[in-house]
Structure formats: structure tokens, C-alpha cells
Design a binder for this molecule. Structure first.
Ligand code: FES
Ligand code: FES
Length: 213
């Protein structure tokens, strides 16, 4: 290669930095970059493992401490259904409009699609699967719904039941209108609200008879 080309490569001081030195420098720089890449990956892996540690949480569901790998942005409905296999909690709108995903958190009905799982770490979560009595018999509200056959496709049923059970804690002997108001955050696509209310009223009656809170 000519001196002119040497100059073009290394600038105006060909005598101070030869092409050979320049190429050595590039190779050394490449090694440096590779090493930096390795270090970066190692640091990244460390960060990922720290993040994974933060994602491993314990939540109390139906009286049992459950461990799960939960992303920061993950909703409780997603965790219940896809990480813990509790598919009784339904996902309808996934945006706090239909109530299909209703669960009780510390006894209060909440839309599980709109609650971040990480925010429930010190709370007690109750889903439809945890509603039955310890001996396996149905909760009085579930029994009332079975006896009245109040739902058509029943997709919305778990949400209605959880809302009703939560509402009845504060008003155990409601009028039909009061119970309708109490579960008004739940929608039914089959739209047989009259039958649903009859079933929920039957469940409320069974709960009172059983002194069930
Ligand atoms: S799925 Fe949560 S409110 Fe509709
Ligand atoms: S019974 Fe079908 S959505 Fe309610």
C-alpha cells in the first residue's frame, strides 16, 4: 500500500502511526469490545437474575400461600388463571367493565383484571374455587345458584357469586333492589338478570340460615 493510502487510512501522521500499528489497534479494540460485550452480558444476566428474584412472590389464595413468578405489570386475573391454574376466575373485557373476574381481596369484591398481582402480597385473596366449605360442600350462595339454575351459559357466574358474597358481608338481608345494586358491577351477556337475582337472593337466604358470613 502506498504512503498516500497509508495517510488516507491513518490520517496525516503516517510516520507516527503505521498501517500495521493501526490494524493492531483495531484488533486490540475488537478484543476490548468483545470483552466489554462479555462483561455486559454477565452484568445483564446478573440484573436478569435479580429481576427474577424480585418476580418470585408469595400470595395467599384461598388460605394457601402460593409461589409464582410474576411480572411487575401482571394482573391478578392473569396470575390466577395462567400461573396458578385457577380458571374459575373468568376474563371477559380485561378492562374493569364486566365483572367476570371478580374475586374478594381481604373480603372486598375487586376486579382481578385491574389489580396488579404484586400489590396483593400481604392480602388474602378468595376465588370461586376457595368458596366451598372445608368439608367440600358448596357454599350456601353456590347452593342457591344451583337450586335456582339462575344462569344460562354461566360464564359470568363466578363473578356474580363473588360479588354477591362480598356485598352480603355488609348487608346480609338485602331487598331484591339492594342486591341488584350490590352486584351492579357485573354484566351478563345472556342478560337473564331476573333469574340471576332470584338465584342470588336464594343464596343470601341460605347464607342467613347457615349464619354464614
Ligand atoms: S374481565 Fe375484569 S372486569 Fe371484565
Ligand atoms: S349467563 Fe351467560 S354471560 Fe351470564
Amino acid at each position: 500500500m502506498s504512503d498516500d493510502l497509508d495517510r488516507a487510512i491513518v490520517g496525516s501522521t503516517p510516520r507516527a502511526i503505521s498501517r500495521r500499528v493501526f490494524i493492531k489497534g483495531v484488533i486490540a479494540g475488537g478484543v476490548g469490545v468483545s470483552a466489554a460485550g462479555y462483561l455486559f452480558r454477565a452484568t445483564n444476566l446478573f440484573a436478569q437474575s435479580a429481576a427474577t428474584g424480585e418476580r418470585l412472590i408469595t400470595i395467599n389464595v384461598n388460605g394457601v400461600n402460593r409461589h409464582a413468578d410474576v411480572m411487575k405489570q401482571e394482573t391478578l386475573a392473569w396470575t390466577l388463571r395462567h400461573k396458578l391454574g385457577l380458571t374459575g376466575t373468568k376474563l371477559g373485557c380485561d378492562r374493569a367493565e364486566c365483572g367476570s373476574c371478580t374475586v374478594l381481596i381481604d373480603g372486598v369484591p375487586r376486579y382481578a383484571c385491574s389489580v396488579l398481582t404484586h400489590s396483593t402480597r400481604d392480602r388474602k385473596i378468595l376465588t370461586i374455587e376457595g368458596l366451598e366449605n372445608p368439608d367440600g360442600t358448596l357454599h350456601p350462595m353456590q347452593q342457591g345458584v344451583v337450586d335456582e339454575q339462575g344462569f344460562q351459559c354461566a360464564f359470568c357466574m363466578p363473578g356474580f357469586i363473588m360479588s354477591a358474597v362480598g356485598f352480603l358481608k355488609s348487608n346480609p338481608n338485602p331487598t331484591r333492589a339492594e342486591l341488584a345494586q350490590g352486584v351492579s358491577g357485573n354484566l351478563c351477556r345472556c342478560q337473564d338478570y331476573d333469574k340471576i337475582l332470584t338465584a342470588l337472593m336464594r343464596g343470601a337466604e341460605y347464607m342467613r340460615n347457615a349464619n354464614h358470613a
